[in-house]
Design a protein around this ligand. Structure first.
Ligand SMILES: Nc1ncnc2c1ncn2[C@@H]1O[C@H](COP(=O)(O)OP(=O)(O)OP(=O)(O)O)[C@@H](O)[C@H]1O
Ligand SMILES: [Mg+2]
Length: 267
């Protein structure tokens, strides 16, 4: 009886964890990118992932978003096993990400790039476009409305029709965030969005990240090198080194952890 209760409590506890990576191991030939990594992302938290170059930070996001399937372990969203689902399937469950570097279409406008984020959610295809033209037109309009809201929210109205290739790095990363938001995510993964930004651009993006979390009530997983940003924004920090979790705690705890200082901060 008591065993049943414990099992039920355990099940509801797991179900309320938006994202859980359990004992994930990912290898590329002889390179172990992730070595038995377990991380839980809690409701509405801003979780920072830090660690030296090659520590496995991007690999962790890739495994979560379905870019790679871990050889061992599993990924769960709200208690549902999503290990091995395709990128588009994971995206349609509400996982959105921004990429390290720039992955936008340089020749396309800001609006067009943000509309790419809607692509995953679009039900219409060419055949339906001929059969149910009115319905498709309505759907297209609703996508436009969502995109307009995002443009408003990110304060990029003046550049909406500019090709992304003509924008500075800070604005490009804001558009990348817009593309991710167009997926109406339940969880947002960001891979070093502030790398290469000046301090003003960093402050701007930090404000938008906090606003996103507040407006949508979603957890954000932020891979970030800048410890100042991490200390300011993160509720919790997980430190990776050589594919393993070496620390998990509040920013203060992690900053004072001797293993973290040795592996990362001291360098
Ligand atoms: N597609 C791949 N093929 C082969 N090796 C890979 C691949 N992706 C990652 N790796 C290797 O896995 C390890 C972890 O890489 P990963 O990109 O996850 O690190 P990272 O923490 O994101 O580093 P950085 O801070 O430089 O972005 C590295 O040794 C890397 O060379
Ligand atoms: Mg990386």
């Amino acid at each position: 009886m008591q065993g049943n209760n414990i099992a039920r409590q355990e099940a509801s506890r797991t179900a309320s964890v938006p994202l859980s990576i359990q004992n994930a191991t990912l290898k590329f030939g002889g390179v172990t990118a992730l070595n038995d990594v377990s991380i839980e992302v809690r409701d509405d938290e801003l979780l920072a992932i830090i660690g030296p170059n090659g520590a496995g930070k991007t690999s962790l996001l890739n495994v979560t978003a379905g870019f790679y399937r871990p050889q061992q372990g599993r990924v769960e969203m709200s208690g549902r096993d999503i290990t091995g689902l395709r990128v588009d399937q994971v995206a349609s469950l509400g996982v959105a990400r921004t990429f390290q570097g720039t992955h936008l279409f340089a020749g396309q406008t800001v609006i067009e790039n943000i509309l790419v984020g809607r692509h995953m959610l679009m039900k219409s295809n060419v055949v339906q476009a001929f059969v149910h033209f009115g319905w498709v037109a309505r759907e297209e309009t609703s996508h436009r409305e969502v995109v307009e809201e995002i443009i408003d929210f990110l304060e990029i109205e003046p550049i909406r029709n500019r090709p992304v290739g003509t924008l500075g790095y800070g604005l490009r990363k804001r558009v990348d965030l817009g593309r991710a938001l167009a997926q109406e995510p339940n969880i947002l993964l960001m891979d070093e969005p502030m790398a290469g930004m000046n301090s003003e651009e960093k402050e701007d993006l930090a404000r938008f990240i906090l606003d996103v979390r507040e407006a949508r009530n979603i957890p954000v997983v932020l891979v970030e090198h800048d410890m100042g940003v991490v200390m300011d924004l993160a509720d919790r920090v997980v430190v990776l080194d050589f594919g393993q979790v070496i620390a998990d705690g509040t920013p203060e705890e992690v900053q004072n952890d001797p293993a973290v200082i040795k592996a990362y901060l001291g360098a």
